[in-house]
Design a protein around this ligand. Structure first.
Ligand code: MN
Length: 436
């Protein structure tokens, strides 16, 4: 029997920013939800270290949240200290006897640099049983057409490693990866237990089909990148993060997995330890129905009522303050849309300026027009749909008109191209905000 602990996507250093009150958990050090992830991680590391007779821990990437594609900041100091402390606890409690295997994800990586925040804080020699695989190791393996694996002959266990790599981004990468990935196929009738460890997902085309499928007959595939617990197939699993980070993830579960593999039958026995249960604060999506006939006062009372349960006659508490999202659903006219936004800005200002009454950390909202789901055309629709019907044509017409009024000569196609770039950039920002 081989026992493996599978975890992923801890995102140490993650700080929700949108619509949050400006309060610290520890003054000038960490933010409230950020601190909750640190505490949870250290508790889980401690809990894992106490499990009897386990052979390996695999962490499938994104241990740090920063840097990432959208942020070049290094991980905040407390995130680095937390990982350092976590490693200390783990290796001390296991007497350096249990290997911890980490592969790099898309977060916590300085793009284009060979050194990583992980390495800049830990000396590999300090922990003889810490195994760390980064994008550079993968690129070297591809270049030399060698497998990227870690073998433990005493236990007859082999790990095939797939750090995050955007192989689909460029044709040359994609074909090189296709050619290389064959190296990652275990030999037929191998007497080793073969485990794949990967960061990626077919949802955004960052997991190779050979890893996603059962073509290579791995005994177990430990996956990271998707933040909710998910069993993809009999032997493919996402453990998910430890805690939900945004409101979409609140609808999923997060966990770490204890995976037993029978060395003779290769049968799997998997225990899911749900860590989202450790969440200390309310983290809720509150639906509010909107009726165009109701007055502004009705709406305001409705919101106040919904928030009442998070109002206490005591001070704001970093550990228990709520993260809230109000979902306004109904027939949304333009007027209603403005009305809700205006009201919510006012209410949020009030809530955040009275931390002695409201124990609320975050307050955001979303307005959904029910007619969109009904697919009729009663309402004016949401603003971005209206503006961006045919953005390139509309923008070009706009620029042309303005310039002829102005009697100025410019390259209209070039200007349109710049404009489109700006719009696309703005859309990406909106998409990102939607995720929260
Ligand atoms: Mn990821």
């Amino acid at each position: 029997m081989v026992k493996i602990i599978h975890m992923a996507d801890t995102h140490l250093g993650y700080r929700p920013r949108r619509g949050t009150i400006n309060k610290w958990a520890i003054n000038n050090y960490s933010k409230p939800f950020e601190q909750e992830i640190y505490d949870c991680f250290l508790n889980v590391v401690d809990e894992i270290s106490n499990i009897k007779n386990f052979d390996y821990v695999v962490h499938c990437g994104d241990i740090f949240h920063h840097p990432s594609k959208y942020s070049s900041y290094p991980p905040p100091e407390p995130a680095r200290r937390t990982l350092k402390k976590g490693l200390q606890i783990f290796f001390e409690k296991t007497n350096n006897q249990v290997p911890l295997i980490y592969i790099e994800g898309n977060h916590g990586v300085f793009k284009g640099y060979e050194y990583t925040p992980f390495e800049s804080h830990f000396n590999r020699d300090q922990y003889p049983n810490l195994y760390y695989f980064k994008e550079r190791d993968l690129l070297n393996a591809i270049k030399s057409n060698e497998p990227l694996l870690l073998e433990f002959p005493d236990k007859k266990v082999r790990f095939y490693l797939f750090p995050y790599f955007e192989f689909k981004s460029f044709e040359t990468y994609e074909s090189a990866y296709d050619k290389w990935v064959i190296n990652q196929q275990p030999e037929y009738n191998d007497d080793y237990i073969n485990i794949a460890v990967a960061h990626g997902s077919i949802a955004d085309e960052t997991l190779h089909n050979k890893v996603n499928s059962d073509d290579f007959h791995y005994d177990y595939v430990a996956l990271g990148h998707e933040h909710g617990f998910k069993q993809v197939s009999r032997n493919h699993f996402y453990s998910g993060s430890l805690l939900p980070m945004n409101f979409k993830e609140k609808l999923e579960n997060q966990s770490y997995l204890i995976v037993d593999i029978d060395d003779k039958t290769r049968e799997l026995n998997i225990e899911t330890i749900f860590t989202d249960k450790l969440l200390k604060r309310p983290f809720e999506i509150i639906p509010i129905e909107v009726n165009p006939k109701n007055s502004k006062t009705d709406l305001e009372n409705g919101i106040e009522n919904a928030l009442k349960q998070f109002a206490f006659e005591k001070e704001f508490n970093a550990e228990t303050s709520a993260r809230l999202k109000i979902n306004f659903v109904g027939e949304i006219t333009f007027e209603k849309n403005w009305e809700i936004n205006e009201l919510m800005v006012k209410i949020r200002r009030k809530v955040f300026s009275q931390p002695e009454i409201y124990n609320i950390l975050q307050l955001i909202w979303k307005i959904s027009d029910i007619s969109e789901t009904l697919e009729d055309d009663i309402s004016a629709g949401i603003i971005q749909d209206y503006i961006l019907d045919k953005p390139d044509n509309e923008f070009k017409a706009f620029v042309k008109e303005k310039l002829s009024e102005d009697k100025t000569e410019y390259n209209i196609d070039k200007l349109t191209e710049f404009g489109m770039r700006a719009i696309k950039k703005a859309l990406r920002v909106m998409e990102r905000e939607k995720e929260v």
